[in-house]
Design a protein around this ligand. Structure first.
Ligand code: OTD
Ligand code: ZN
Ligand code: ZN
Length: 345
């Protein structure tokens, strides 16, 4: 029996579009379903200034196929040299939506990130003053901290002190992967939200490591134990407005993933909505899908919910291609390892 579900057009509050040939290949995969996306600035070199963001936005709009409607919400990569006035001007002009904090070395292309948090204090204070959100990659990078503990330790050692030192700063904990991340958001009502990815609702660390190493499931923050995946599913499907979708769709070509030192990232732009509908249905929460994909994010960012809609139908399992082609090589689509009965029509 077929069923339909119509929801406001979704937004992606955390997305990697890259540049050049990969940008041209992956942008339509997002723009087909999503109206807006927060565009991550971790290019090489990173998007650091307002001028960098303006140039990158132009490249994105030039790569958008004719007839597609999509608004990139630009971000700036916070460095110890970032100028508070440049950030404020880029925000005031409407060019830039938020600033991204990467602890140096935490993830792909994060070498220019922050080592000494005191050096970015003037930027953070300016952002609190003008109401500009900070998106945070929440992992410590200390060599002595186990990779599976890096998010929980970041909350205690970095995030909580930073929030106390900068009252009024609005923060998005990006791509939370742990029960501790969920609990921290829930216990702090003020100025705090969190994105959750599609893939972290589906995989735990066994998917990466059992029965041979699976490079296409390797991403950062790395997937944790099953109990954490269940906590993320409960948060995402709870209707709590502080949790919203940020796919963190992060394309790398197959040779870069299937390598002795494979890149981190799961590419989910193409099939995210099919997967999420399946997950929300499994949790008996299809009526809450719209909140997670289309309503909670705009509310946090102070933007209107889309007046456009998309419709999903339930039928025979959707067949997605295993890879998409780019001018730089194939990019493998995230495999949710379950039949996907819902598709956007
Ligand atoms: N995680 N890969 C990338 C970024 C993210 O931490 C992230 O936001 C990437 O490839 O840019 C990943 O696994
Ligand atoms: Zn990140
Ligand atoms: Zn990301």
């Amino acid at each position: 029996m077929s069923r339909t579900l119509t929801i406001p057009r979704p937004d992606d509050w955390h997305l990697h579009l890259r540049d050049g040939a990969v940008l041209r290949a992956v942008l339509p995969e997002t723009a087909r379903h999503f109206g807006r996306a927060i565009i991550m600035p971790n290019l090489v070199p990173p998007v650091v200034t307002g001028a960098d963001a303006a140039a990158y936005r132009d490249r994105i709009m030039n790569a958008l196929p004719a007839g597609m409607d999509f608004t990139p919400l630009m971000t700036l990569y916070l460095t110890e040299e970032t100028d508070p006035e440049d950030v404020a001007a880029a925000h005031a002009s409407g060019l830039v939506t938020s600033v991204k904090l990467y602890p140096a070395g935490a993830t792909t292309n994060s070498a220019s990130g922050v080592r000494d948090f005191d050096r970015v204090r003037p930027v953070l204070e300016k952002m609190a003053e003008i109401g500009m959100p900070l998106c945070v990659h929440g992992e410590v990078t200390d060599a002595d901290i186990d990779i599976f503990d890096r998010e929980a330790v970041f909350i205690d050692r970095v995030l909580d002190p930073l929030r106390r030192a900068t009252p009024g700063l609005r923060i998005v904990m990006e791509h939370i992967t742990t029960q501790q991340g969920v609990d921290y958001v829930k216990s702090n009502a003020e100025n705090l939200g969190a994105t959750i990815t599609t893939h972290h609702l589906v995989i735990n660390r066994n998917h990466i490591l059992v029965g041979g190493i699976k490079p296409h499931y390797y991403c950062l923050p790395v997937a944790k134990r099953e109990e954490h995946r269940l906590a993320l599913r409960a948060a995402a499907t709870s209707g709590d407005t502080r949790f919203f979708l940020g796919t963190d769709s992060a394309p790398h070509t197959d040779p870069n993933k299937e390598s002795a030192c494979g890149c981190a990232g799961c590419f989910t732009a193409t099939n995210t909505l099919s997967i999420l509908a399946e997950v929300f249905e499994q949790e008996g929460a299809l009526d809450r899908l719209a909140g997670f994909t289309s309503e909670h994010g705009p509310a946090f960012y102070g933007l209107p919910v889309s007046t456009d809609t998309i419709t999903l139908t339930k039928g025979d399992p959707a067949a997605y291609p295993p890879k998409i082609d780019t001018g730089d090589g194939p990019v493998t689509l995230f495999d949710a390892q379950m039949p996907l009965h819902w598709r956007v029509i």
